[in-house]
Design a protein around this ligand. Sequence first.
Ligand SMILES: [Zn+2]
Length: 343
Amino acid sequence: MSGAARVLLVAAVVQQGASWGVLPRPACPWGRPALRPAMAAATRCCAAGASGAAPGAGGLGGGIPEHCWDAHNHLQLSRKDAEVRELVEAHQMTVSLMGTQPADWAHARALAQQLPRQIRPSYGLHPWWAHEHPPPAPGSGWMHALQTALEEDPRACLGEIGLDGQWVPPGLEAVQYEQQVAAFREQLQLAVLLRRPVSVHCVKAYGDMFDTLRTRAELPPAVYMHSWGGKLGMLQSYVKMKKFGDRFYFGFSAMANLRDTCRKTSAVIAAVPDDRLLLESDLEEPGHVVGALERMLQVIAEAKGWSVEEAAAITQQNAKVRRPVLTAPPAPYLSPALPPLLL
Ligand SMILES: [Zn+2]
């Protein structure tokens, strides 16, 4: 984005007025004990601000600008529809809900229908649950349900999908990587066929992920690497990827990205092209979102040399651009006839 365009964008946001209300402080994301230490660490790091003040209410002096876009979260899992509506209406914000497994797609859809302009659904099978849902025969099972859900809503994206080289499902003793790979490749193919952006989870699988995407004949129109935790060199490799480099977006969340040193995260954020940077919470609990976005906006603003208002406006604009655009009727889902992914 040019400097002039950014000034116009920020001016438009400021013209609409800014709200700095703060919602109650979060407890823990995902309701999974394994992630509680991560969130606790995030609240101790740069997210607390240079002053070291406790994050949350009053931690940074107060809230988020209106019209933020939380590009990746799981608010449907909270089952707190009224609180989600209150959140997006109070802050005039947009939230992109990410499906995790077939059981939550219907609720993501129902929640999005309550405020269609501000709540955007995505449907997908997260790698943490891939072992419970092996890819079915073509045209059946959860893949058929996924295609149907996407076709019924042209606004919907495909997510959350991906690879996680360190996730051991509860009750099991090893990472279920092969199942993750199978689910990821099937869903990536579907996103290409339906021309939908994908929201991608990648943990300890950066080499496989990069090789998979780099060697594809075609990719979805936008590939959103959410809560990007890869190194600076890997980020640059994605951005420069032959043929597809301009399709990659990178999001950052306080929960995943602010638990180590600020300097490392800030250097990576600074290297993301301005028009490919996204803001996200990756949270389930609506009461936690404002505090998390506030902390992340502060870090983005510092890394990029922007004001917090600029950071909010630019990431919001980038999320808008990422919306799916259907340019032709979707092709039928014919898994066996498609070229295999190289994994
Ligand atoms: Zn997520």
